[in-house]
Ligand binder design. Structure first.
Ligand SMILES: [Fe+2]
Length: 210
């Protein structure tokens, strides 16, 4: 498994490409803002995009989906169905993801962890030791829970789930807030929210995110 991080747009969003080294089969995660940068890389590296994976449906993470679905009408777009209500228009081939599922993108397999809280359909994607955390977990921070469909209680449960991931797993967040990447080992120690969830301190977590 190989991956590339793209910092794009006015809100320091991250889009990602993840691919199988041998087959060059790839998936694009949260395409937004400047899809040409991603497309140029795909071309230069000889990758073949098999699907779009969305961590959630906020516009700053999905506004370049039409760029990719226009180029390939058979391109599936994966999004947890609990976030469908936020879509202004539906991609032609929209498919839901479920917790624990593996999405097959050619020879590449990507795992799904349902992590509601920031939005009801927020998910993290797992590939090798990489965890693409969208707006659920940032470096030293957690996602906002003051938006339509947000839930601090659900975010606590999601952080408890994330705290069980191995220390060597890498965090690849949805925005460049406080940093671009880290490990779960470091975040369990220095990310207040992950630390509280790991220690089962629910009431303090809910107070901290309020
Ligand atoms: Fe978001």
């Amino acid at each position: 498994m190989n991956m590339r991080q793209f910092k794009l747009g006015p809100m320091e969003n991250f889009s990602y490409l993840v691919w199988d080294e041998d087959s060059r089969d790839a998936a694009v995660i949260d395409p937004a803002w400047q899809p040409e940068a991603i497309a140029d890389f795909v071309k230069a590296e000889g990758l073949r995009i098999h699907c779009v994976l969305l961590t959630h449906a906020h516009p700053d993470h999905i506004n370049a989906v039409p760029f990719f679905t226009a180029a390939d009408k058979d391109l599936p777009v994966y999004l947890h169905e609990a976030d469908y209500f936020m879509l202004e228009s539906r991609p032609p081939l929209l498919r839901t993801v479920a917790d624990g599922e593996q999405v097959q993108a050619g020879a590449l397999k990507v795992g799904v962890l349902h992590t509601p809280g920031h939005t009801p359909g927020s998910v993290c994607y797992l590939a090798g030791d990489a965890v693409f955390t969208g707006d659920t977990l940032f470096i030293g921070e957690c996602g906002r829970v003051d938006l339509p469909g947000s839930s601090a209680e659900a975010l606590y449960d999601s952080f408890a789930k994330l705290a069980a991931l191995p220390d060597e797993a890498k965090v690849w967040p949805g925005h460049s807030y406080n940093g671009d990447t880290s490990t779960f080992g470091v975040q369990k120690e220095y990310n207040l929210y992950l630390k509280l969830a790991r220690q089962g301190r629910r009431a303090e977590f809910l107070k901290a995110v309020a």
